[in-house]
Design a protein around this ligand. Structure first.
Ligand SMILES: *Cc1c(COP(=O)(O)O)cnc(C)c1O
Length: 406
């Protein structure tokens, strides 16, 4: 047994933590499936899923089993040595996707950092230093390192930290003409979220992604899909690129990949991967045996016809009820998204008030997310039980009723 720790409360956050987050007033202490309990023993239903991370809910037996089994064997060896869980995970991802090579890291930002560095390296090796420009989309989100906030291009994340990474431009999302006008032979990569997550759950049009693929091929640019939020079953396919039928050259994954244990992955082809020669890139923890053991278990459960088909069925269950609630209370103008990444767009009357909806839901013992100020986001476990969906949406309806009648 470990030594008992001193009791703590939410107020301690303001005493000892850097104030870059504003966490909720309660502290979750335990979870099981799609239910979470706080310090006072209050039970909540979790439709937030740790921001599209807890892909199999809380304390899933397969993940707990994989983690504890590995915890008793080997935690860490560094990349001076390889390890069995990492190689098994790489095989699984290579077998299941377009990719032929995997690079492991610890977060979405790191997966994108690797993707952007690889794209620049490939262009540098093949065409020279001129070809280094990256095109991203307006309102995109790729993480919080300096390179990834520069590519994301949202001033609220990127400004005030001194000079940004240069050679990056931004074009409106889902606007093929804008991309066509911007792309050139200096472009080394185009990076797109197949569904923009953080900025409102905005799915790409199929024709947009197809057109981006063609433009990249024409200009010898690489197509990068940031699937940190959309990957690992979220859309009802293992990765969103499969849903769209458009294959990228580089794909970044994280969030759901570890089901709550930190891990990220960059997937690519053999021909591109070979440009990251020994010593060109790396990270101490990347491919850590604990993380990879959990991710192996995540993929074993998620990449099955039952779970993936279940995501599509649960989407319909959420969408039908959310549309009804949205209409009845004049709250939503649209319910959009794919699979279990769902965004409810607030009506003009409620624009800017997503946080109020979150707070109202929390009062009814329900955890949901926002995606910007105008969209309420749902990213629950892919195996959330129907009874939990119905009970959670009952709670959401009570929240909507109280909020709109207040
Ligand atoms: C969350 C997210 C990231 C950043 O992932 P971190 O693990 O927070 O670094 C990058 N891209 C997208 C699309 C995301 O949703």
């Amino acid at each position: 047994m470990s030594a008992p720790q001193a009791p703590v409360q939410r107020a301690d956050f303001d005493q000892v933590m850097v104030p870059n987050y504003a966490p909720a007033a309660f502290i979750p202490v335990r979870g099981a499936g799609s239910r979470v309990w706080d310090q006072s023993g209050r039970e909540l239903i979790d439709f937030a899923g740790g921001i599209a991370v807890n892909v199999l809910g809380h304390a899933h037996p397969a993940l707990v089993g994989a983690l504890t089994e590995q915890a008793n064997k080997l935690w860490h060896v560094s990349n001076v040595f390889t390890n069995e869980p990492a190689l098994q995970l790489a095989h699984k991802l290579v077998d299941a996707t377009f990719a032929e090579r995997a690079f492991f890291c610890n977060s979405g930002a790191e997966a994108n950092e690797a993707a952007f560095k690889l794209a620049r390296r490939v262009a540098h090796d093949r065409f020279g230093p001129e070809k280094h420009e990256i095109i991203a989309t307006v309102n995109s989100f790729h993480g919080r390192t300096l390179f990834t906030v520069s590519v994301g291009g949202q001033p609220k994340y990127s400004d005030g930290f001194g000079p940004k990474i240069t050679g990056i431009s931004h074009v409106p999302y889902n606007d093929l003409e804008a991309l066509k006008a911007q792309i050139s032979d200096k472009t080394c990569a185009v990076v797109i979220e197949p569904i923009q997550g953080e900025s409102g759950v905005v799915p790409a049009d199929v024709a947009y992604l197809q057109g981006a693929r063609e433009l990249c091929d024409k200009h010898n640019a690489l197509l990068i899909f940031d699937e940190v939020q959309t990957g690992v079953g979220r859309t009802g396919e293992l990765f969103a690129y499969m849903h769209y039928g458009v294959t990228p050259d580089i794909l970044s994954s994280a969030k759901s990949l570890g089901g709550g244990f930190p891990i990220g992955a960059m997937l690519t082809t053999e021909a591109l991967a070979k440009h990251l020669t020994v010593g060109t890139h790396g990270t101490t923890y990347g491919g850590n045996p604990l993380a990879c053991a959990v991710a192996n278990a995540v993929l074993d459960v998620v990449n099955t016809p039952e779970v993936l088909a279940g995501v599509k069925a649960k989407h319909e269950r959420f969408k039908a009820r959310l549309e009804k609630i949205g209409q009845q209370y004049g709250l939503f103008s649209q319910v959009r998204g794919v699979g279990l990444l769902i965004g409810c767009v607030l009506t003009d009357a409620w624009k800017g008030k997503a946080k109020d909806v979150l707070n109202a839901a929390e009062k009814e013992n329900l955890m949901v997310l926002q995606a910007g100020p105008d969209v309420v986001r749902f990213a629950p476990s892919l195996v959330v039980e129907e009874a939990d969906i119905d009970e959670g949406l009952d709670r959401f309806e009570r929240a909507a009723a109280k909020l709109t009648q207040a």
